[in-house]
Design a protein. Structure first.
Length: 228
C-alpha cells in the first residue's frame, strides 16, 4: 500500500467533529517557548473569577453577526479549503441574513471561469490586485481604484447597493494582543506611517511590520504627519 493511499485511509477513518474556535493568532510568544500559533477554544463551563477571557465562555455562536469577510493571503490559492469553508458557513449561518464577502487579488472574470462553484456560494467579491502606485481610492473597502466590488446574490445586491460607489469612510480597527498590534481595514495613503510614528512618540517601537515600510514612506506626503 502506498504512503499516499495510507494517508488518505487514515484521514477517512478520522471521525468528523465540530469545534468552537474563538480565534487563531500568530505569532504568540507569551504562552510558551518560541514563536507559536495560538488557538483559543470557544466555550467554558468553569468560569474562573477574574478570568481575562470571559468573551470565550459562551459556547453558542454569536447572534450579532451580519456578515463574514474572508481575506488573506489569497483565499483562491487554496480553492479546496475555501470551497469547504464556504459550504460550512452556508450550513452554519442563515444564508438569507449573513452575507459572505471574499477578497481576492485575481480578476473577477478569471475567478468566475476557474472557480464557478465557489463564486456561486458567495454574496460579494472584492477583486483585482492592489496597485500601490495608484493607491488612494476614495471607494469604500478598496485600496486602489482598479479593485471591484461585485455583488453576486440577491442578499449581496440588496445589502451592498449603497456601498458600491460610497466614500472610504469606515476607518481602521486596531487590535492589541500578546504584544502585537494588528490593523484591520483598508488604510489610506500615509496611514501606516502615521500609525507607526504615533506609536513611536508614545514609546512603542514595532520590531517587525507586515507591510512594506519603504513603500509606505514613499506614499506619505509631508502633510500626512500627525497622530493616528
Amino acid at each position: 500500500m502506498s504512503d499516499a493511499h495510507s494517508e488518505r485511509k487514515r484521514d477517512a477513518d478520522v471521525d468528523t467533529v465540530r469545534v468552537g474556535i474563538s480565534r487563531v493568532h500568530h505569532p504568540v510568544w507569551a504562552l510558551g517557548p518560541g514563536r507559536r500559533v495560538g488557538i483559543w477554544f470557544q466555550g467554558c463551563s468553569i468560569h474562573c473569577a477574574g478570568c481575562m477571557s470571559r468573551d470565550t465562555w459562551d459556547p453558542a455562536p454569536p447572534d450579532d453577526v451580519d456578515g463574514i469577510t474572508i481575506s488573506g493571503g489569497e483565499p483562491f490559492d487554496q480553492p479546496a479549503a475555501l470551497a469547504g469553508l464556504t459550504r460550512w458557513l452556508r450550513e452554519r449561518f442563515d444564508p438569507d441574513r449573513i452575507d459572505v464577502l471574499v477578497y481576492s487579488g485575481y480578476a473577477h472574470a478569471d475567478l468566475v471561469a476557474q472557480h464557478p462553484g465557489i463564486v456561486a456560494e458567495l454574496d460579494v467579491l472584492i477583486t483585482e490586485p492592489f496597485r500601490a502606485q495608484a493607491a488612494g481610492t476614495q471607494l469604500r473597502w478598496r485600496g486602489s481604484p482598479n479593485q471591484r466590488l461585485v455583488a453576486l446574490s440577491d442578499l449581496g445586491r440588496r445589502r451592498y447597493a449603497e456601498h458600491l460607489d460610497a466614500p472610504a469612510d469606515t476607518g481602521l480597527q486596531i487590535d492589541v494582543h500578546d504584544g502585537a498590534v494588528r490593523l484591520i481595514g483598508v488604510p489610506r495613503p500615509g496611514d501606516l506611517v502615521r500609525i507607526e510614528q504615533g506609536l513611536a512618540r508614545r514609546g512603542i517601537a514595532l520590531d517587525e511590520c507586515s507591510w512594506n515600510r519603504t513603500g509606505a514612506v514613499a506614499a506619505t506626503r509631508p502633510s500626512d504627519a500627525g497622530d493616528p
